[in-house]
Structure formats: structure tokens, C-alpha cells
Design a protein. Structure first.
Length: 198
């Protein structure tokens, strides 16, 4: 297995680790708060860096594989949905935002399987890249909010932090919907759904 695929697998492993680390203070008490916050930042950083570098290494070193093409977007989806379900569980992320993003991600997984079955691929577009960036920003913003909430004694900062966080989640949802629509549009223009049997 090549290095890019190993980096992708590391992201799959880090998703459940993030979930456990996020909930440490909730499960075992406040004494683990600082440890939880530090590990959240570390796991998030390693996960996002692995996402950045696996693609760069694969393209520059000509290590793109069929396994990587399937596993990389799956790892991205698993990682980001893990962030968001954690945020929703502590009422940081609105349920409507999470549900829209979840529907989009599972729909894209289905469409990718259909297209792969036909031996076709749809190129990435600006909305897809914007979506990925905004997911990452939303993940970081959520972690900063959680860290502040758990470590700071006062809550005055929430007056301005909560609207900003809501805007970031909203932008992630908009980019999510826009990237989905452009993806579907590209598939139909390419004839990707033609001649499908039922």
C-alpha cells in the first residue's frame, strides 16, 4: 500500500478517535477537559493535514490508485460527519445544517458508486473545493468554540461567537448544496445517467 493510501487510512482511524476524545469530559468528568481539548486540536490537525498531503503526494508522485479514488472521499465524509455529529450532540451545530450535509454526503456516495460502475468520473469543481474548505473551517470553528466553552469561566464571548459560528455552518450548507447540484448537473450533461437499467 502506497503512502497516500496510508494517509487516507489514518484519517479513517482518526474519526472514531476524535469522537471518543470529544466526549471524554462528558463521560469521565471535567478533570479530562484540558486533555480532551489538546487532543481534539491534535487529531483535527493531523486529519486535515493527511487530507491535504495524500492528494498532493498521489498526484506529484503518480501514486493515484483506484483504491485511493474510492477511499479518499469516503475518509473525508467520515471525518467531517464525525466532527459535525459531535457538534450537534452538544447543541453547537443546528440539526438542520447537519441533516442537509449528511443527506448531501450520502447522496454523493451513491452517485459516485453509480458513476464508477459505468467507468466514469466527474471532475472536481470550484463549489466542491469551496465545500471542502468550508467543512474544514466549520470543523475548526466548532473546536475553538468547544475549547472556549470548556476552558473559559465566563460566557460573554458567546454573544458574538454564536452568530459567527452559525454563519460558518450556514455557508458550509450552501456550499454543500451548490456542489451537489453542480455535480448532478455535470453527470446529466455527461450522459452519466443514460441507459441505466432498473
Amino acid at each position: 500500500m502506497n503512502l497516500p493510501n496510508k494517509l487516507t487510512i489514518s484519517r479513517l482511524v482518526m474519526a472514531p478517535i476524535f469522537f471518543v476524545v470529544f466526549h471524554l469530559p462528558l463521560w469521565f468528568g471535567d478533570r479530562l477537559t484540558l486533555l480532551s481539548v489538546v487532543l481534539l486540536v491534535v487529531v483535527y490537525a493531523l486529519s486535515e493535514l493527511s487530507d491535504l498531503f495524500d492528494g498532493i503526494i498521489a498526484r506529484r508522485c503518480n501514486l493515484v490508485t483506484d483504491l485511493g479514488k474510492v477511499m479518499d472521499p469516503f475518509a473525508d465524509t467520515l471525518s467531517r460527519l464525525t466532527y459535525f455529529v459531535c457538534f450537534m450532540s452538544v447543541n453547537i451545530m443546528p440539526a438542520w445544517a447537519f441533516v442537509i450535509i449528511m443527506w448531501r454526503e450520502f447522496s454523493i456516495v451513491f452517485l459516485r458508486m453509480v458513476m464508477m460502475g459505468k467507468g466514469k468520473a466527474v471532475a472536481a469543481n470550484i463549489w466542491g473545493k469551496s465545500k471542502a474548505v468550508l467543512y474544514a473551517v466549520a470543523g475548526l470553528a466548532g473546536i475553538v468554540y468547544v475549547a472556549s466553552e470548556r476552558l473559559l469561566s465566563d460566557s460573554i464571548w458567546k454573544i458574538w461567537a454564536e452568530p459567527i459560528l452559525l454563519v460558518i455552518f450556514g455557508l458550509a450548507v450552501i456550499a454543500s448544496i451548490a456542489s451537489f447540484l453542480t455535480y448532478v448537473s455535470a453527470i446529466f450533461k455527461d450522459g452519466g445517467m443514460d441507459h441505466l437499467t432498473r
